[in-house]
Design a protein around this ligand. Structure first.
Ligand code: FES
Length: 67
């Protein structure tokens, strides 16, 4: 079974690491790799990838597990 780790970066993208397949909304296979960063601010012009635009839009989110 594939295993991947997805880490929401503080005020930035999801960092995806491991064994995974990335597929777009139309079912197209986008990338096969062991690491990528996915936009979660909505400002990337190359979605689903992060291009660093979160820094310019002052995206702020620090995800933490509720305990
Ligand atoms: S999170 Fe980096 S461009 Fe959106």
């Amino acid at each position: 079974m594939a295993e991947a780790t997805i880490t929401p970066g503080d005020d930035g993208p999801y960092h995806v690491q491991g064994d995974f397949v990335l597929i777009d909304g139309a079912g197209n296979r986008l990338e096969i790799t062991d690491e990528t960063w996915l936009c979660r601010c909505g400002e990337s012009d190359d979605k689903p990838y992060c291009v660093g635009a979160h820094r310019g839009c002052e995206f702020a989110d620090r995800s933490r597990v509720a305990k």
